[in-house]
Design a protein around this ligand. Structure first.
Ligand code: ADP
Ligand code: F6P
Length: 462
């Protein structure tokens, strides 16, 4: 196999403090660790103009090449088109989607800059693996520079049906860009069908029996390759960190109460207001849990310059204050709401102490927190997972208590059920979830995707 070149907007540079909250960086770091290779992306720095001269850094088997974003591009490409247009679109939130021509132009411009920088670093047999919605046009930009390498894209987000996708003004640009890859990997079969229908309709072609698309000169492979975690690493961290200083302090602070835990970036796709509301319903409708349960929601601020995210933060501040004002006792605070991130080790220790994992996005590509929570549980006495049907993880974790996050009463009932679930049932459900989390690891994900992308596996057109 040739050298692996990974390209993603967000890069986790070696030695970064506490780890950026975000599934993509965590997964790619784990995936690159084994193979080595080149990781190209945004440096996280804002300069006067976007550069095409990368900062280079070698760390063990991995070389990093990162680019600074110009101030305008950061505002228009990252905050504007990526987070103000594409993110809501891909999460089915048309009411939150904004469209401006300038931000689309910035998106295409930044992808050109990335392509320019990458094409100078490439070797002939490199396998290029692009990640996520920030860089959809990258393959087309590379092809226009004569790059003939195999190029794959993995989309970490959901992909909506064509009826939703085509509401994006000038969606044709993205539909054509998606068709410039050799392989597009998606989190679930549902996402794969949606993307296939979108491209097939746009190109006016029929899908082949295997679901791939024959574009005349090339075959576009579309595959569901669900992302995983390093379950053994999380399990080990959780076992040792549950007894570490922070884990122990958390346990002491609970005073024997059961812990319900949520861990998410502060993002409207995560269903946090609805989750707070469900907890309020639990305390109102099942008063036996008052003073017996603590709900801790960790939600570090994410994309804080984008209006919709600022508004969400204000709303959550209001709701958290209301819940505590209404139900707190002089010796019990029902909701602990923290806008900060923690190191992965500390988080693993926290997961271990949570009797209930509460993961209820309105829509989520996969949701790695759900998998991490499962891996962190103690085999002899695991907790129960309450999981949204609309997270990609629900395809694999069907033994969680699956809920519709828009139904606050049903969520409160599921929480009650989780908090009162007998140990035997918790063990049975957890064992089946743990098998799936261990089998579908981040390494299996990387290997499956790369096997499909390798030249040897390139299908021959009839
Ligand atoms: P997304 O990619 O949308 O943020 P995921 O659940 O797939 O959602 O991935 C989130 C990742 O970020 C997980 O690996 C999780 O451990 C990490 N993470 C989330 N919140 C925090 C936090 N407060 N501190 C540190 N890491 C976090
Ligand atoms: O996993 C989805 C994702 O959008 C990643 O692409 C991204 O790195 C992560 O969430 C966190 O978002 P951001 O990079 O905007 O902080």
């Amino acid at each position: 196999m040739g050298r692996l070149v990974i390209v993603s907007n967000r890069v986790e540079l070696p030695g970064a403090r506490a780890g950026r909250a975000g599934g993509l960086a965590v997964a790619l770091r784990d995936a690159l660790h084994g193979t080595g290779g080149l990781w190209v992306g945004w440096s996280g720095e804002i300069a006067s103009a976007t550069s095409t001269e990368p900062h280079l850094l070698q760390s063990g088997p991995v070389q990093y090449a990162t680019l600074d974003l110009g101030e305008d591009d950061h505002a228009q490409y990252y905050n504007g088109y990526c987070n103000g247009t594409l993110w809501p679109l891909l999460h089915y939130r048309l009411g939150l989607m904004e469209f401006r021509r300038e931000t689309l132009e910035a998106y295409l411009r930044v992808n050109e800059a990335f392509a320019e920088a990458i094409s100078r670093l490439l070797r002939a047999d490199d396998l290029i693996w692009v990640h996520d919605f920030h860089l959809i046009p990258l393959a087309a930009s590379l092809r226009s520079r004569g790059v003939a390498n195999r190029i794959g894209l993995f989309l970490h987000t959901p992909f909506p049906p064509p009826e939703v996708f085509t509401t994006l003004p000038r969606y044709e640009i993205l539909a054509n860009a998606l068709a410039s890859y050799d392989l597009v990997g998606l989190q679930t079969e549902g996402d794969r069908v949606n993307l296939r229908r979108t491209i097939a309709r746009h190109r006016q072609i029929a899908a082949r029996a295997d679901g791939d698309l024959d574009l005349g000169t090339r075959l576009l492979r579309l595959r569901a390759v669900p992302i995983g975690i390093d379950a053994a690493a999380v399990r080990n961290m959780a076992a040792s960190m549950g007894r570490g200083p922070e884990g122990q302090r958390l346990l002491d602070s609970l005073g024997g109460r059961q812990l319900v835990l949520g861990v998410d970036r502060l993002d409207y796709s995560k269903g946090l207001p609805q989750r707070f509301e469900a907890f309020e319903h639990l305390l109102a409708d099942f008063p036996e849990h008052r003073s017996k349960v603590t709900f801790m929601q960790i939600a570090p601020v994410s994309r804080g310059e984008v209006r919709q995210y600022r508004e969400l933060r204000r709303e959550l501040d209001r709701r958290a204050g209301r819940i505590n004002g209404k139900f707190a006792e002089f010796d019990w605070t029902p909701l602990r709401y923290l806008n900060r991130s923690f190191g992965r080790h500390v988080l693993a220790g926290f997961y271990r102490h949570a009797r209930v994992g509460l993961v209820t996005p309105l829509r989520d590509g996969m949701n790695l927190v759900a998998k991490e929570w499962v891996a962190a549980q103690e085999a002899a006495d695991p907790g129960a997972l309450v999981l949204s049907r609309f997270a990609g993880a629900a395809y694999e974790l069907s033994d969680a208590l699956l809920v519709n996050p828009l139904d606050a009463d049903a969520m409160a009932e599921a929480l009650h059920r989780a908090l009162t679930m007998p140990a035997e049932e918790r063990r049975e459900r957890w064992q089946s979830m743990m098998r799936s989390v261990s089998d579908n690891s981040v390494i299996a994900w990387r290997e499956t995707f790369l096997r499909l992308l390798e030249p040897a596996s390139a299908p021959v057109l009839a």
